[in-house]
Design a protein around this ligand. Structure first.
Ligand SMILES: [Fe+2]
Length: 141
């Protein structure tokens, strides 16, 4: 199980790329902790909590910029974000109930790696290009 930043994940938008880098770094940290075999409950709760909070913040950054620029695919993109947040919450619940289970590992691969990489390289790349074309590099406060 592995995720790491590479240029193929860049969407060509400075704010989105830097947030994606941080997210990928934290997910890699989660995997590293699990692989170490000596992860404490506290570390696990910390890193999962961070991923959930950070993702929430990151998605709202993207959504603000979509609203600001009347992005035509806003609704579909937002639905993907909602799906992901729900999956992350399920993942945390799974951990709370069963600890580091086979299901948890499979879900980390399916959601935090496969889905996320797919979302970044598909849905977010389109958004990044659109925002750069509109000259919007950060949300308006
Ligand atoms: Fe997105």
């Amino acid at each position: 199980m592995e995720i790491k930043w590479s240029d193929s994940l860049s969407v060509g938008h400075p704010t989105i790329d830097s947030q994606h880098k941080e997210l990928v770094r934290r997910i890699a940290k989660l995997i590293e902790l699990i692989n170490s075999g000596s992860i404490t409950n506290e570390q696990m709760v910390d890193v999962l909590g961070f991923i959930a909070d950070y993702t929430d913040e990151h998605f709202s950054t993207e959504e603000k910029m979509m609203i600001q620029t009347d992005y035509p695919e806003y609704e579909a993109h937002r639905q993907q974000h909602l799906w992901f947040m729900n999956e992350v919450n399920e993942l945390i619940k799974e951990y709370m109930i069963n600890g580091v289970s086979e299901k948890l590992l499979a879900d980390i691969q399916r959601v935090l790696i496969d889905w996320l990489v797919g979302h970044i390289t598909g849905t977010d790349k389109k958004l990044g290009a659109y925002l750069m074309e509109k000259g919007v590099v950060a949300p308006e406060e």
